[in-house]
Design a protein around this ligand. Structure first.
Ligand code: AMP
Ligand code: MG
Length: 506
């Protein structure tokens, strides 16, 4: 693996290696010195990704120990952002450190450590990561990738062998926890927040440079000339964002912290914190305890929040376009475009051909029924795949219920199924085509928070069997490779911290 640094070669930064936390206006990065973890041991090794990067297991483990090739110049980048709807000013890579970029057969990839020490952007925190949050990112990022949704990937997870102190419930009871580090990759880790940072510091020349860099390197679909270039790019960002969010709705992913600093400009799922896959269908569900007062980042609001975040990006890149109406038009198109993609995705999940006007009612009824009945989102579709007229509905869908349906809920379900079967009669797809579409669109295995909780608990006790089994299962999410892992959330996990909701503490 040969590492280069096109980003730091191109943009202004602070090369002094000054470790102090500070504001760096006008500079996009600072060189930093990562920690060393001589006792770090690999817990997870992504063989496929390592092969793509031409890395052996031993070389990968060395990286997690903070040992790296001498051409590597580690750096952290500066960005800003809106957190929970409020301007938060400068943020930056507080516990992510770049190694640089490397070529692969599928194009260049950036490499980052997460949890290898403080940077100028750590804002009084330690730049470290605990085992639980690292296991969650390591497994979930690969799960999202295997589900076919764009996202960053993790190359390795290692226990550092030392302890990190965290106040997990934010109640004044800090505890020592095992430390960990991951190495992760993405085509680019650039976020909406990088552009917000440059606009906030009035750095229009640099803003333009960074936009040009993105367009040339990552947005081949954008015509790279003419006055419309930046507007077309913004349209492409909105398009990719919509694509990602529709993917999240398809599989039931709730990100939990959709701050603008956690929005990838490439439309990648990034920064895995207090996320959750849906167990019971619930539009109001947020996995983030910090989000509870407003449920800003709940499942059902993710499409609107992405729109709000795009609005912040529009403000940030306004100096390049200077046409409020044109930007507003792209934002309006996002709404239309999103619902078009959403309807197509719903049709896929239901095994239907091109969505028709009347399908809007079917989809709305489905959503209302689901939100009232609250069955397991994934298991509901598993049951729907094999549903046929004449079967006993309560028995057939029984597996997916968390509580016995009331009379009204049952009626709603039966009404939906009746309309669904009616719609299927005029489906352009044959029964087997329809079923195969459903099988490709509805995962059988999703990585549930209670499973992550269990894997972490066992890993902390030195047993990695369950963790490895989850890693295996998530490789083929559209197959029922391990039926025992394709069950609804068990009762014991109800209301248990870490199994449903989580704090941001990581
Ligand atoms: P998040 O919302 O978790 O993506 O984090 C928001 C900001 O806080 C980012 O700038 C992170 O780099 C920073 N941050 C989060 N946790 C830590 C930590 N343990 N040490 C340093 N910075 C952190
Ligand atoms: Mg973040």
């Amino acid at each position: 693996m040969k590492i280069t640094h096109p980003f730091t070669d191109r943009f202004p930064g602070d090369n002094t290696l000054n470790p102090h936390q500070r504001q760096t206006p006008g500079l996009l990065y600072s060189l930093v010195a990562p920690l060393e973890f001589p006792d770090a041991k690999l817990l997870g090794f992504n063989q496929e990704l390592a092969t793509q990067l031409h890395l052996s297991r031993t070389e990968t483990e060395a990286l997690t120990q903070g040992i790296y090739p001498k051409e590597v110049q580690p750096y952290a980048t500066a960005y800003a952002g809106h957190q929970f709807g409020n301007w938060a000013g400068q943020l930056g890579d507080g516990r992510a450190i770049f190694l640089g970029e490397t070529e692969t057969e599928d194009g260049p990839l950036e490499l980052q450590w997460k949890g290898i020490g403080a940077t100028p952007y750590s804002r009084h925190a330690d730049g470290r990561a605990v085992l639980r949050s690292s296991v969650r990112e390591y497994l979930m990022s690969e799960a999202i990738y295997r589900l076919g949704i764009p996202g960053t990937r993790a190359l390795a997870l290692a226990a550092t062998g030392d302890k990190v102190v965290r106040d997990i419930m934010y109640d004044g009871n800090p505890k020592e926890e095992p430390g960990a580090v991951i190495v992760r990759t993405a085509e680019s880790f650039i976020r909406f927040g990088h552009f917000e940072f440059l606009t906030a510091t009035n750095d229009v020349a640099l803003l333009q440079d960074l936009a040009d860099w993105c367009i040339t390197r990552y947005f081949f679909e954008v015509e790279n000339n003419g006055v419309e270039k930046y507007l077309n790019w913004f349209r492409a960002v909105a398009e990719r964002t919509a694509e990602m969010i529709v993917g999240w709705y398809r599989v039931g992913f709730v990100h939990g912290v959709m701050n603008t600093d956690n929005m990838s400009i490439l439309g990648l799922t990034i920064d895995y914190g207090p996320f959750s896959m849906l167990d019971a269908y619930d539009l109001n569900f947020t996995p983030n305890t910090t989000d509870l007062p407003g449920r800003r980042y709940s499942f059902g609001r993710q499409a609107n929040i992405a729109h709000w975040n795009l609005y912040q990006l529009a403000n940030a890149i306004f100096p390049l376009i200077k046409d409020q109406e044109a930007l507003q038009q792209v934002l309006d198109e996002y709404g239309i475009n999103f619902w078009k993609k959403y309807d197509r995705m719903m049709a896929d999940k239901l095994g239907l051909d091109e969505p028709r006007e009347a399908d809007t009612q079917l989809f709305t009824d489905w959503q209302k029924m689901m939100d009232n009945l609250r069955p397991d989102y994934t298991l509901f579709f598993t049951a729907l795949e094999s549903f046929e007229p004449g079967v006993d509905v309560l028995t057939h869908f029984g597996n997916s219920f968390y509580a016995a349906p009331t009379k009204e809920q049952r009626q709603e379900l039966e009404n939906f199924l009746q309309n669904y079967l009616k719609r299927k009669q005029s489906n352009a797809f044959s029964a087997s085509e329809s079923r195969s579409l459903m099988q490709r669109s509805n995962p059988k295995f999703i990585l549930r928070n209670y499973q992550l909780y269990e894997a972490i608990r066992q890993l902390e006790n030195g047993d990695d069997a369950y963790f490895q089994k989850l890693w295996e299962a998530l490789q083929t999410p559209y197959e029922e490779r391990y039926p025992e892992l394709c069950q609804k959330k068990p009762d014991w996990a109800d209301g248990m911290a870490g199994c449903g909701m989580l704090s941001c503490s990581s």
